[in-house]
Ligand binder design. Structure first.
Ligand code: UDP
Ligand code: MG
Length: 339
């Protein structure tokens, strides 16, 4: 069997402590896989530590390494998009820089790909080294989005996955600014299969996702993949209107039977405050969607490239957007798809 190209794409944000270990582990795995031509593409998502210097050192030592440096921190989803945009041949395997997605499982993913699967995703059996709040909120999030989203989004599944060339091609068609990658991967469809794995604690450094960031991430996921909250607001409005109507009938009947003695200030306040609250929630919901629509309408690039290193980047069909550089150290470019 001819060796097929496989690019491991790693988004890294302040991961100087973890990258050397990750690289060593991925290299060891490649050494045992004669059936693929392994490459590693690091995307430095605007790190403020020595991550880029570390990537440059790795690239000097290992010709299989290529790298992108984004112009600032765009977030993991944009960094992954930048990386996947560059994979013009073969399949791509997404790993976290902190070794939480064990590189030793790559052969299991490749085996599934060889069987004809396009989207081979890792499903976490256990999550070590993560607080119970994170586990509980993550569990809740997957349940909620699973119920609401018309695109089925597998539970306990992160970005750890292998994508076949046609799945990658399809993914490149999706250029929305608000990117909930897990949802986009599922939206693409094709043949999917899970690979269960134990998720270990990160090997070095600290998590980049605070509880607040995770909350925003969850909002992103829900608003990108379902409009159920908008509909729920409509139903809530109908329910309160129906309740208000019944209440009004009661008030009129009571007033005509017993007369109106100008009482009921507490009830009035309760109703006004309740309705005010419901209206504000509904407005806020509309605002969430409207804000995202506004962001989309600006049509800004998903990310900007600062520097590029390496063969797969320079060879890629995206070269024109990378400023047309032919040398190893490229210059600026923008994250736009070239068809
Ligand atoms: N990451 C990134 N940009 C960011 C935040 C995170 O590229 O703005 C990368 C990070 O370097 C790591 C991966 O995304 O490789 C997952 O991040 P982290 O381990 O902090 O998340 P957790 O595993 O705690 O959910
Ligand atoms: Mg992690």
């Amino acid at each position: 069997m001819n060796p097929e190209p496989l690019t491991v794409v790693v988004a890294a944000f302040n991961e100087e402590a973890a990258l050397p270990q990750l690289h060593a582990r991925v290299s060891a795995v490649f050494a045992d896989m004669p059936d693929v031509t392994g490459r590693i593409l690091y995307v430095d998502d605007g790190s403020s530590d020595a991550t880029w210097a570390c990537i440059e050192t790795l690239a000097r030592q290992d010709p299989r390494v290529s790298a992108l440096r984004l112009s600032r921190n765009f977030g993991k989803e944009a960094a992954l998009t930048a990386g996947l945009d560059q994979v013009s041949v073969g399949a791509a395997m997404i790993l976290d820089a902190d070794c939480q997605d064990p590189p030793e499982l790559i052969p299991a993913f490749v085996a599934r790909w060889r069987e004809g699967y396009d989207n081979v995703y890792g499903t976490r059996l256990a999550r070590e080294g993560e607080s119970w709040t994170k586990r509980a909120t993550a569990g809740m999030f997957y349940r909620i989005i699973g119920r609401m989203s018309p695109t089925p989004i597998p539970a306990d599944t992160g970005d750890f996955r292998l994508l076949s060339p046609r799945a990658l091609q399809a993914l490149r068609e999706l250029r929305e600014r608000h990117r909930f990658m897990k949802g986009l991967f599922s939206w693409v469809g094709y043949n999917r299969i899970a690979v269960p794995y134990q998720r270990h604690a990160r090997v070095a450094g600290t998590s980049k996702f605070s509880l607040w960031r995770l909350w925003n991430f969850a909002l992103e996921g829900i608003t990108s993949f379902t409009t159920v909250p908008l509909r729920a607001a409509t139903y809530l409005g109908m329910l309160t209107a129906a309740g208000a109507f019944l209440f009004a009938v009661g008030v009129v009947v009571k007033a005509s039977l017993y007369g109106d003695r100008v009482a009921g200030w507490p009830t009035m306040m309760a109703v006004i405050l309740f309705l005010g609250g419901v209206q504000l929630i509904a407005l806020g919901l509309i605002g969430e969607y409207l804000g995202r629509l506004y962001e989309e309408s600006k049509q800004r690039p998903l990310y900007l490239l600062d520097t590029c290193i390496g063969p797969s980047v320079a060879d890629s069909n995206l070269q024109p957007t990378l400023g047309g550089q032919a040398d190893d150290h490229g210059s600026a470019g923008v994250g736009r798809q070239v068809s």
